[in-house]
Design a protein around this ligand. Structure first.
Ligand SMILES: [Zn+2]
Length: 227
């Protein structure tokens, strides 16, 4: 296969258009900035699905007139105005109706209750445990037994509520090295945590987890939280 590199990179680019591209990009960038500032959002560390949809629509409308001679800027501005108006309208309705807000943004979800993972009946496979373990490590959490409650917020962040040190119980370790020692076999009696649901049992032989019916265990640890 021969690739026409000149066509790939230039496609008959008119070099006199380069300054216009720069100018178009500058203008569109300023408009995007003004629009995002006027959306009322303070920052974008975490976006809800609804806001990601807005950003994608915005990016597409802003990108075309930046580099394409045939696209005028005004239609993009109309698109911007419609998106902003729509965003404002939906967030206004959401602020008035809890039900609508739930449809738009989703619902916060309990992930840990009483030091164990909640058993999700539906949508459980959309929630990635390794990502969640990473969230816990970022919060200096060594094992699930330190956490009383964890809630996955609609913007993707996780809120943690901790046990006091004296109430910390043995729990499923979330650090990679101890977690990797998970096994279906029990060679030595002790406290073991179910790798699926976090249930801790004193085991001396392999068995099913009575809570979630899985069979993979890892040695539970009960270190207090270092803050
Ligand atoms: Zn289990």
């Amino acid at each position: 296969m021969s690739i026409d590199w000149e066509n790939l990179f230039l496609n008959g680019l008119d070099f006199s258009f380069i300054t216009e591209i720069a100018l178009r990009t500058l203008i569109m960038f300023l408009f995007v900035l003004v629009l995002l500032r006027s959306s009322g959002k303070k920052g974008v560390r975490q976006l809800s699905i609804f806001e990601v949809a807005i950003i994608i629509a915005l990016g597409s409308a802003a990108g075309d007139p930046m580099m394409n001679k045939d696209f005028a800027i005004l239609p993009s501005l109309i698109v911007f105005a419609v998106i902003l108006g729509f965003y404002r309208l939906l967030t206004y309705v959401a602020s008035k109706s809890e039900k609508f807000e739930m449809v738009l943004e989703g619902e916060p979800m309990y992930i840990i209750e009483d030091g164990q993972f909640t058993l999700q009946e539906e949508g459980a496979d959309t929630f990635a445990k390794d990502e969640f373990f990473a969230e816990m490590r970022v919060m200096s959490i060594e094992h699930v037994g330190q956490v009383k409650t964890a809630v996955l917020e609609t913007n993707g962040q996780v809120s943690f509520f901790f046990y006091e040190d004296k109430d910390v119980r043995p729990g499923l370790p979330v650090l990679p090295k101890p977690y990797q020692k998970k096994s279906q076999e029990i060679h030595e009696a002790g406290d073991y945590a179910c790798t699926h649901c976090g249930k801790v049992l004193h085991l001396s032989a392999a068995q099913y987890c009575p809570r979630c019916k899985k069979t993979e265990w890892v040695r539970a640890i009960d270190t207090p939280r270092i803050t």
